[in-house]
Design a protein around this ligand. Structure first.
Ligand code: PBG
Length: 327
């Protein structure tokens, strides 16, 4: 045999030197759940190890993550039912705790890359990402709300807005309103190929944001579709997205790889709440080694072509990497 691939697997040193893919701190974005108030911290039941945090505790968490080398954070608000209404008006109310907190975060940590969430669901009494009328999710009318929300977020000093709503035309619309308001430098991390997925369950527990009726299939993509992701990507590219995201990640590695092959923009992948929960749950039951499963999952997302990975594992991954001195 002239070719013996096992030679490159013979020792740890040879394996490390011939390793094709590395997941490092600069690949990671840590999603955070913000609570109103102070000194307030509650664990998400379906996401062991992940806590909703009030701003004071979130600042400490961000500081700890920055020390671990994590530079990106995606902040989501936990909104009390009494603040919710049909038009998600709190989403662009300047005195609302989410917008105040974003401002505080950027003041404390100007070096951190802060991404926001642009979608109506956390603030909507219907629990949908758009305006609901007679059981339908309105597209063009929703854009106006998203525009107000994005500008209000940009005013806090954040780096990128993350439209996660899947309304048609929202990237172009947001680019226009952000530019008109003077925010040429605020980027758009578009949820380009966001699928109607069961893997968002724990996130909706965390924010108490599940739809009050029906599902999100008229705006989020059909998990069966691969080519359609390229249509979404083409539109987002033309409309001015700075980063294109695939979500979820693990059941959609083919989509990540397609976008990477066809576009030169950075590609992000969202390793979503259910993907985190599955590994954690199996680990807690002793059914698999959760740390190894975590590392393998993140590696596979990077290997498929993701330049950035949004993951609830970000902090513990870096902690374990540093503890094991794997640089
Ligand atoms: C809201 C939003 C969702 C997630 C991110 N932004 C949930 C949804 O679309 O229902 C899911 C994130 C996760 O599951 O970790 N538009």
């Amino acid at each position: 045999m002239e070719r013996r691939p096992r030679r490159n697997r013979a020792t740890a040193a040879i394996r490390n030197l011939s390793q094709e893919t590395h997941v490092t701190a600069s690949d990671l974005i840590f999603p955070l759940f913000l609570l109103e108030g102070n000194n307030n911290r509650t664990e998400v039941a379906s996401m062991p190890g992940i806590h909703r945090l009030s701003i004071d505790l979130m600042l400490k968490e961000i500081e700890a993550c920055l020390k671990l080398g994590i530079q990106g954070f995606d902040v989501f608000p936990v909104v009390e039912e009494s603040y919710k209404d049909k038009m998600a008006t709190k989403s662009y109310d300047k005195s609302f705790f989410y917008l105040k907190a974003l401002e505080t975060i950027k003041k404390e940590f100007p070096e951190a890359m802060i991404v926001t969430d642009v979608a109506m669901d956390p603030y909507s009494s219907d629990g949908h990402d758009g305006i609901v009328e007679n059981g339908q999710i309105l597209n063009d009318e929703t854009l106006e709300v998203l525009g107000k929300m994005a500008v209000a977020q940009a005013e806090t000093g954040i780096d990128m807005v993350g439209p996660s709503d899947m309304m048609d035309g929202r990237v172009g619309y947001l680019r226009e309103v952000l530019d008109d308001a003077g925010f040429h430098n605020v980027g758009i991390m578009s949820y380009t190929a966001k699928y109607a997925s069961a893997f968002y369950g724990p996130f909706r527990d965390a924010l108490d944001s599940a739809p009050k009726f029906g599902d999100k299939k008229t705006y989020q993509m059909n998990p069966a579709n691969r080519k359609e992701a390229l249509i979404e990507a083409e539109l987002d590219f033309i409309e001015g997205a700075d980063v294109m995201m695939v979500k979820p990640a693990l059941a959609y590695l083919d989509i990540i790889s397609d976008l990477k092959a066809n576009y030169d923009l950075p590609i992000a992948a969202y390793n979503v709440s259910g993907e985190y929960a599955m590994i954690k749950a199996a680990g807690l039951k002793g059914w698999l080694d959760a740390d190894r499963a975590r590392d393998e999952a993140l590696m596979s997302i990077k290997r498929a072509g993701a330049d950035m990975i949004l993951t609830y594992f970000a902090k513990e991954y870096m902690e374990s990497k540093i503890a094991n001195s794997q640089f």
